[in-house]
Design a protein around this ligand. Structure first.
Ligand SMILES: *Cc1c(COP(=O)(O)O)cnc(C)c1O
Length: 240
């Protein structure tokens, strides 16, 4: 085993142990939680090692980095998630490799992704990103995401858009506002929003929440997907 492979294997084992313990503590089955490894700022060679180590879900947050990496790794049995703020002019590129876009936060992006998915002849799973720190009536949170009172409208648009599938909700724990420092309550709020939407959209079961620092709180709150970067790959060499 190369040093890097051994390092990734050890980190993955530690993260797996954390997820398993959190599931046990919450009385949940391990299979209820899917690990998505966020590979942003790390090379395609790491993605390849992760795939060899059994990782099946990876995520990226910038199209200019993700597009060539996904092309390099096109032979691997991976599901690619896009989790970053997305400009409409990048929709066509993202629809070429992503299986899911977790960061849908405005109607214009729904329109752009729908057109792009149709052109690519692919079905794109979509999550609405919820900004729990955005005020009611405010269009978007500081780090992307729709205010909670806009989620229902976006869900309806996604469910009706050709080429798209509405799969659920995503959030990042807010740094400001009433949920700052209260990750588990923030994630519980996301789960509550998700339960309400499922009355209308029963198949939209994905609840994507929790990162390296707060995956336990996400599992406790009921998340179905955790997005883990640094705990698997190490501290990022640059901001990403
Ligand atoms: C970078 C990123 C993550 C992973 O964060 P870590 O703290 O490195 O685990 C998760 N979700 C999103 C949207 C990200 O941009």
């Amino acid at each position: 085993m190369t040093d890097r492979r051994a390092e990734l294997a050890a980190n993955l084992a530690r993260v797996e142990e954390r997820i398993s313990s959190a599931c046990a503590a919450a009385g949940r089955k391990r299979e209820e939680v899917t690990l998505i490894v966020v590979t942003k700022t790390y090379p395609a060679s790491d993605v390849r090692l992760l795939a060899e180590l059994g990782v099946r879900h990876v995520a990226e947050n910038k199209d200019q980095e993700a597009a060539p990496k996904a092309a390099d790794c096109a032979d691997l049995p991976l599901v690619w998630h896009f989790v970053g703020q997305l400009q409409t002019n990048k929709a066509r590129s993202v629809a070429g490799y992503a299986h899911l876009v977790q960061s849908v936060d405005r109607p214009r992006l729904v329109t752009a992704l729908s057109a792009a998915a149709e052109t690519a002849g692919r079905e794109l799973g979509c999550l609405v990103q919820v900004a729990l720190d955005a005020e009611a009536g405010e269009e978007r949170g500081a780090r992307g995401g729709a205010a909670p009172d806009r989620v229902e409208e976006l869900a309806g648009l996604l469910a009706a858009a050709p080429g798209l599938r509405f799969d659920g909700l995503m959030t990042v724990a807010p740094l400001a506002g009433p949920y700052a420092g209260r990750e588990q309550e923030a994630f519980a709020r996301l789960v509550e929003l998700s339960s309400r939407l499922r009355a209308v959209h029963p198949a939209a079961t994905m609840v994507s929440a929790g990162m390296s620092g707060d995956l336990e709180q996400a599992v406790a709150a009921g998340a179905t997907h955790v997005r883990v970067g640094t705990a698997v790959l190490g501290s990022r060499p640059r901001l990403g």
